[in-house]
Design a protein around this ligand. Structure first.
Ligand code: GDP
Ligand code: MG
Length: 494
């Protein structure tokens, strides 16, 4: 109890002292301030203004410094994922920025170039599943063109353009693309990209829509593509069946939230040639080639109506779609660049950690990740992913991770020892080497889990990142051990 009383008295004395000092300081400061104020007022006004100006400036600087230190800095990755329509200037600025950072922007740039070259021509893209009759329809529209039509699905492997004229006499390019939903995924991608580059997509089907056709239409509508749904091979259906199918098609579009005019769904027959097998009275079979009559009048009307109605907006909508596609290409390239660069950063940090551990005099010292290597690696990875964490966040992340390293250390040492055994000719593995590999492994795991968090959240959330490190560590240790052991052996040999 005596001690308690002593502490209370001591605190009381401290409070008294603080009070005295504070009162003195207040008196002193106000006296000084008033003094200065009086003198300033007596002097020329310019001096007063300059003085006040400097005071304000100092205050602003102080607030700004505190803000930077304490308040989280917001970064702008959200801008990249916004659904706002991109302008030409936006996308070009993004490309320049990315190019300056060393990212391969050639794919995105190629799309912009292609767009520019198409500026004055309207493109109609025939799009749909394999064998729905896209090529046959083009052949029916442009009989003189040499369009490949095949009974075996998937004859259109490349993109082909055919010249056609609309009612106004303007030249239109019809595009034949590979069918979607075939065995090769690459062909579907080629078709989707080409559809994006077109002003209008003629979606060709030959019956009710399959699930994957619905998905394609949905994504075309999301890209704001003007669509005409073409039900081909109408000759296979009776008039009633056709009417029911057309109604079903309209309903399907409606179900996915698309708004399509009734006259944008048409039923046609592309016609073309068929092999017909005829059986004679004596049972003999003859194979003859018959021409199926084409009936595509409603399609021509629908196309012309759409072109007149939409007019100039067709170009604007195509532009937007291509800008979005270019932005997607850029995002892919960015992703790839980040992966490559982060791999380099992690490897170089791991190597430094190994070198440091090999050089350590006592190999038994604890693994400390809060240090120059850990900080530098975290900073570099954050920068790569466009995150701008405060120094405090980096410190917090490293210290949270450090507290988890203690628990992971025995495992890391075991994995390191095991991993080294896989290299022949090392003999009994020296403790220092095992320790260096374990040390490197921890950095490797730290870097990889950080990359995971950054790519998911776009910023450094210390708690989340440290949790990711803890949860993924055993997996990362196993995955990295060969690589890291090799690195350590190379360093030791040098
Ligand atoms: N019955 C019928 N068959 C058609 C029609 N249009 C195309 N076909 C046939 O459908 C098959 C695929 O045609 P094709 O134009 O190569 O389809 P694509 O893969 O979409 O280009 C061919 O055997 C055509 O003869 C049509 O209007 N009626
Ligand atoms: Mg074809």
């Amino acid at each position: 109890m005596k001690l308690d009383r002593f502490i209370r008295v001591a605190i009381a004395v401290v409070i008294l002292l603080v009070f005295i000092v504070a009162t003195g300081a207040l008196l002193f400061i106000s006296e000084a301030a008033l003094n200065v104020w009086d003198r300033l007022k007596a002097g020329p006004p310019i001096l007063l203004y300059a003085y006040v100006g400097i005071m304000v400036l100092l205050a602003i600087t102080a607030v700004w410094l505190i803000w930077r230190l304490v308040i989280r800095r917001q970064i702008a990755p959200n801008k990249k994922f916004s659904s706002e329509p991109l302008s030409q200037a936006d996308i070009e600025a993004r490309l320049r920025e990315a190019e300056a950072a060393g990212i391969d922007v050639s794919h995105a740039q190629a799309e912009l170039k292609e767009l520019a070259s198409r500026k004055d021509t309207v493109h109609l893209c025939f799009f749909g599943e394999v064998s729905s009759g896209k090529s046959s329809l083009i052949k029916a529209l442009v009989p003189e063109a040499n369009v490949v039509v095949d009974v075996v699905g998937g004859s259109t492997h490349n993109i082909r353009h055919y010249r056609w004229r609309d009612d106004s006499g303007a030249e239109i390019l019809l595009t034949d693309v590979p069918g979607i939903g075939g065995h090769e995924e690459g062909l579907t991608n080629i078709a989707v990209e080409e559809a994006t580059r077109a002003n209008v997509v003629l979606f060709v089907c030959d019956s009710d829509l399959t699930r994957s056709e619905v998905v394609s239409i949905k994504s075309l509508l999301e890209f704001d593509k003007p669509l005409v749904i073409v039900l081909n091979k109408a000759d296979r259906y009776t008039a009633e069946e056709q009417a029911v199918l057309m109604q079903t098609l309209l309903q399907r579009i409606d179900d996915i939230g698309g708004q399509l005019d009734r006259d944008h769904v048409v039923a046609v027959s592309a016609g073309g040639e068929v092999d017909v097998i005829e059986r004679g009275s004596g049972g003999d079979e003859t194979r003859t080639r018959r021409t199926r009559p084409a009936d595509i009048g409603v399609l021509v009307v629908a196309i012309n109506r759409l072109l007149t109605r939409e007019g100039a907006s067709l170009d604007v909508r195509r532009e937007r779609a291509v800008f979005r596609m270019a932005a997607a290409r850029l995002a892919e390239a960015e992703g790839e660049y980040r992966l490559q660069r982060s791999e380099q950063v992690i490897r170089s940090s791991t190597r430094k950690a190994i070198i440091g551990a090999l050089a350590a005099i006592s190999p038994g010292t604890d693994i400390v990740i809060q240090g120059f290597i850990g900080t530098a690696m975290t900073q570099q990875l954050c920068k790569l992913y466009g995150a701008a964490p405060r120094d405090l966040d980096i410190e917090e992340f490293l210290s949270l991770s450090q507290s988890r390293v203690g628990r992971a250390l025995p495992l890391s040492l075991a994995v390191a020892g095991n991993g080294l055994k896989a290299f022949p000719g090392i003999g009994t593995v020296a403790g220092g080497l095992v320790h260096a590999v374990a040390y490197g492994l921890i950095f490797d795991a730290l870097g990889r889990s950080l990359v995971l968090t950054l790519s998911r959240h776009g910023e450094l959330l210390p708690e989340v990142a440290a949790k990711e490190f803890e949860e993924g560590i055993s997996e990362h240790l196993e995955a990295g051990v060969r690589r890291v052991a090799k690195m350590a052996l190379a360093e030791k040999a040098d």
